[in-house]
Design a protein around this ligand. Structure first.
Ligand code: KE4
Length: 436
């Protein structure tokens, strides 16, 4: 696979990149955007409409990362844009209570029966960080269990790698994370209930919560094994620990009620984000009243945010969730059939070219792993040929198809993607797999 020798001109992006590198570490405001995992220089996006991104040089790309999940209805979806414009005319922010917060909250509760109360924050990181503080307060315990390959934002206690054994304390996953904090987190292999049992046996009455991506997106897409979500629920309930379902990525994506709906999962707390804000900064942590009412100002757990429940973000979230609720019967089958055509279509092109791929997909989130597979956990995913994925990424980008720039990310598509985009993507993949 190779990029096209006469690939599209990106001169303006190159100039913008040079300025960005003088201003931002790595030229970006979030590391994955730097294309470090796939090589090449990232195009600078100027605008986007429907299924398409347009860069500073006027090149057009079919978008398969959708702002990392939020853009499920496509870019510049008119009801969302109009809602933001209307809200902006009343001033972008008040720092006071508004009716819009209640409207979006009621819509979220309608989609998630496990939620009795919620609180808005401005990112997924804030949501998971706050949920963990709440779980520690509610249980009086300190330890947290997470899973290798799952990402829950960049709070210190969640930037932790596995220790030497499943029951040993975590080690810092980033510079700047003190060992003392990492040692409060156990990082276990995903899809392995025996490892969870061993952790609870080694640390009786000490684990406050288990936080999990019920469908992993951050190691690439890794679905749970049959019975895994239910197994986590049973073990945590028996052991008196809270189960936190981190649905920042999967919420409203794989179903209106996310993975909780798909698997009939009733977590104690759930975190949401991305689609819930329609592309504006929104995070949510939510759950049973007995836990949520421990939050200030009612209870002793402090948590706050200047722009929490921001009127523009609420307007974008309401317009997005309302549309999904009103059109779910059409939206989710459409996303399923389009994603099937793209994901399995590219896999078929790879097979015809003798390229070994494992395709993991649930609904409109998927990953092509460059390995023979199966990919059931992070260790399996790490067997992938990331360099081959990088070549594939660059080859498709030069052919107008923009995949998430890492083997260990999920791809997404929107209701704006259709037959034309499927055919263009399969044609680009066919060429890329056949190029020397
Ligand atoms: P943010 O703080 O980035 O809003 O959300 C953190 C987060 C929490 N939980 C899950 C399951 C997530 O996927 C994320 C963020 N996802 C990444 C994509 N893998 C965001 C993209 C980025 O870091 O730039």
């Amino acid at each position: 696979m190779s990029s096209q020798a006469n690939g599209p001109s990106r001169k303006k992006s190159a100039l913008l990149q040079a300025r960005a590198e003088r201003l931002f570490p790595g030229g970006v405001n979030s590391p994955v955007r730097a294309f470090g995992a796939v090589g090449g220089a990232p195009p600078f996006v100027e605008r986007a409409v429907g299924a398409y991104l347009y860069d500073a040089d006027g090149n057009r790309y079919i978008d398969y990362f959708g702002s990392w999940g939020p853009m499920i209805l496509g870019h510049a979806f008119p009801p969302v844009v109009e809602a933001i414009e209307r809200a902006a005319r009343n001033s972008p922010s008040f720092g006071a209570s508004t009716a819009a917060e209640g409207e979006l909250a009621e819509r979220i509760v309608a989609c998630y029966p496990c939620i009795e109360k919620l609180r808005f924050v401005s990112s997924g990181t804030e949501a998971t960080m706050s949920a963990i503080r709440l779980a520690r307060a509610a249980t009086g315990r300190k330890l947290i269990v997470k899973f290798e390959g799952c990402y829950h934002g960049h709070a210190d206690g969640l930037l932790v790698k596995a220790g030497s054994g499943v029951a040993t304390f975590g080690i810092p996953g980033s510079a700047g994370v003190p060992e003392e904090i990492a040692h409060l987190t156990l990082a276990l292999p995903y899809n392995d209930l025996a490892a969870v049992e061993a952790a609870f046996a080694a640390h009786p009455a000490a684990i406050a919560a288990v936080i999990v991506e019920p469908i992993v997106g951050n190691a690439g897409c890794i679905p749970p094994a049959d019975g895994y979500p239910a197994g986590l629920r049973a073990i945590t309930r028996r052991e008196g620990a809270l189960l936190i379902a981190d649905e920042v990525m999967t919420g409203f994506r794989v179903a209106l009620g996310g993975a909780c709906e798909l698997f009939g999962l009733e977590p104690d707390l759930v975190t949401l984000g991305k689609i819930a804000g329609g592309g504006l900064p929104v995070g949510v942590f939510a759950g049973k009243r007995e836990f949520m009412d421990q939050l200030a100002p009612l209870g002793p757990v402090y948590q706050a945010g200047t722009l929490s429940g921001n009127p523009l973000a609420m307007a974008a979230g309401i317009a997005t969730i309302a549309y999904l609720q009103d059109h779910a019967a059409e939206v989710y089958p459409r996303l399923e059939s389009t994603a099937h055509a793209v994901a399995e279509g590219v896999a078929a092109e790879a097979a015809r070219a003798g390229v070994s791929l494992t395709t993991n997909r649930i609904g409109s989130m998927w990953t092509w792993f460059f390995t023979s597979g199966p990919v059931r956990n992070y260790a399996d995913a790490a067997q992938s040929d990331a360099a081959a994925f990088g070549r594939f990424h660059r080859a498709l980008l030069d052919r107008g198809v923009w995949l998430p720039p890492s083997q260990f990310e999920a791809a997404f598509l929107s209701t704006a993607h259709g037959l034309a985009e499927v055919e263009a993507t399969l044609a680009a993949a066919r060429e890329a797999f056949r190029a020397p």
